[in-house]
Write a protein that binds this ligand. Structure first.
Ligand SMILES: [Zn+2]
Length: 191
């Protein structure tokens, strides 16, 4: 895994890129805020199998929950870091969102997409680390970008802090700047 902060930023960056290439529908402020939160949760969700994950330190009683979940999911970076896991989480989150449709007056389709975009961004970001990602789990092969392990990053290392994090900021800046009108229009429609 990368650090939580990198995953948050990667999720947001993925959202910025997707929005740059799509027609953004008119959404309410409530939908925007919940979609933002869902994007962050999606960006951290695959690390549900890591007891040290930022996900757990963010919730009350998280460390106890982590100890309970840990043995259930087995070793780290398996199911939740794969296409199978992506489909499973996508299906379950869809059920959860559909169930809360009557309670929350927000566009659940947008919220779901924001979650999924965050989730995918996590798997891509982790692919840059030495450990790689078992995209095709249960097939026990770990894939990485680039494919040669020694060229990949160490979690929380200097490269992550000095190259990946600022790099993501730059990508964000680039996409927001080149689609300035679109993002401004979105902000305006919210207030
Ligand atoms: Zn991870």
């Amino acid at each position: 895994m990368m650090t939580g902060r990198t995953h948050d930023l990667a999720a947001f960056t993925a959202m910025t890129i997707v929005m740059s290439y799509s027609q953004i529908p008119t959404i309410s402020l409530g939908t925007a805020l919940i979609a933002f939160a869902a994007n962050m949760v999606g960006g951290l969700a695959p690390d549900i199998d890591q007891p040290s994950a930022k996900l757990y330190s963010n919730i009350r009683g998280g460390s106890i929950l982590a100890k309970i979940i840990d043995p259930l999911l087995g070793s780290h970076r398996l199911l939740s870091h794969s296409i199978l896991g992506l489909v499973l989480f996508g299906f379950l989150s869809r059920l959860l969102l559909d169930a809360s449709k009557g309670v929350l007056l927000v566009n659940m389709d947008i919220v779901w997409w924001a979650f999924m975009i965050g989730f995918v961004s996590h798997l891509i970001t982790d692919s840059f680390t030495k450990e790689g990602v078992p995209w095709l789990f249960p097939i026990p092969i770990r894939f990485g970008i680039p494919p040669l392990r020694f060229l990949r990053l160490k979690t929380g290392g200097a490269m992550e802090k000095s190259v990946i994090f600022p790099g993501l900021l730059l990508i964000n800046g680039y996409f927001i700047y080149s689609n300035y009108d679109k993002f401004l229009q979105l902000l305006r429609s919210l207030v």
